[in-house]
Write a protein that binds this ligand. Structure first.
Ligand SMILES: NC(=O)c1ccc[n+]([C@@H]2O[C@H](COP(=O)([O-])OP(=O)(O)OC[C@H]3O[C@@H](n4cnc5c(N)ncnc54)[C@H](OP(=O)(O)O)[C@@H]3O)[C@@H](O)[C@H]2O)c1
Length: 283
């Protein structure tokens, strides 16, 4: 199984996204089943955020995890920019922990940059780590200039990860950000691996003829093939979101799928690598 090391902990390269989960009470059991199906198929990392359903996603994840040992799970949540200050961050983390029914996070991410000075947020994240409420912290929706600014801060280099949008149709970060992250040993968590919920972007990727042919050769769905492409280098974790238990289990197949050099060349021809700076894609 393909794994990635995050702040010294090895986790399978496919995790579970949870955006929009917990918002519709009639879907609760279906969503809980999907999370458990993914975990039972080998997933360990769960990605949530205080923003998702204003805490409802975290609460749902807390319920879904009740039958599991806490240390079997790698739990990631995120603080909103407006709450990432010295005055507010710790109390928002406490609320997140309460909803998740746990006393620590494995990873706490600064969801995206806002008006609080970066140094203040990073000091607070680092303090949460020192007092044991989080094991590690990282950032999300950061581009190269943001990472460089982060690296200038005394604790900046302790950032465990950057979580950004990345999929075969949105390869812009391969031009400069991913080389920067490689050089500085910062793994990527890739969100929106098929470009989000049933939008045109995702649809076109999933129906692309070359994607379909290569998927067929490997006896997987186009969705699983696209996940395998994202995690191909051993430094990236993809966090697909699904309410469907079968999809959640199937997505784990991507951790066992090795794409051949010919597959990769064909996909590069279809979806070329960037040859210039591209503005960071955000969902
Ligand atoms: N840090 C950030 O700013 C940020 C931003 C956006 C997202 N995220 C995180 O990334 C996660 C994933 O991104 P996303 O929710 O935008 O979209 P996504 O995972 O790219 O797409 C979700 C869609 O994929 C479908 N799907 C999943 N597995 C499938 C399979 N095996 N076969 C067919 N369809 C499948 C789901 O439908 P079904 O339910 O029918 O399977 C759902 O409609 C989020 O849940 C969230 O945790 C983070």
């Amino acid at each position: 199984m393909k794994k990635v090391t995050l702040a010294g902990v090895e986790v399978p390269a496919i995790g579970l996204g949870t955006w929009h989960m917990g918002e519709d009470p009639s879907q609760e059991q279906r969503e809980i089943n999907a999370i458990r199906s993914g975990l039972d198929a080998g997933a360990r990392l769960i990605d949530t955020a205080e923003m998702y359903g204003s805490g409802k996603s975290e609460a749902l994840v807390g319920k879904a995890l009740a039958p599991y040992q806490r240390d079997e799970i790698y739990l990631v949540s995120k603080v909103l920019p407006n709450n990432a200050s010295q005055a507010k961050l710790e109390s928002h983390l406490d609320e997140t922990l309460h909803r998740l029914q746990t006393d620590y996070l494995d990873l706490y991410l600064y969801h995206w940059r806002g008006s609080v000075p970066l140094a203040e947020t990073i000091n607070e994240l680092d303090r949460m780590k020192q007092i044991g409420k989080i094991k590690a912290w990282g950032v999300s929706n950061f581009d190269v200039a943001d990472m460089e600014e982060l690296w200038e801060l005394p604790a900046g280099k302790y950032a465990a990860v950057n979580e950004d949008l990345y999929n075969i149709e949105e390869r812009g970060i391969e031009y400069d950000l991913l080389p920067w992250q490689d050089e500085h040993h910062v793994p990527l968590i890739a969100y929106s691996p098929v470009g989000g919920k049933q939008n045109e972007l995702g649809t076109s990727m999933l129906t692309n003829q070359v994607v379909r042919e290569i998927a067929e050769q490997h006896d997987v769905t186009p969705y699983v093939l696209l996940l395998a492409w994202i995690i191909r280098n051993g430094k990236t974790i993809a966090i697909p979101q699904t309410n469907n238990s079968e999809h959640a289990a199937a997505n784990m197949q991507a951790t066992k799928l090795e794409l051949t050099p010919t597959d990769l060349e064909r996909l590069d021809q279809e979806y070329p690598k960037p040859n210039h700076k591209v503005p960071l894609a955000i969902n």
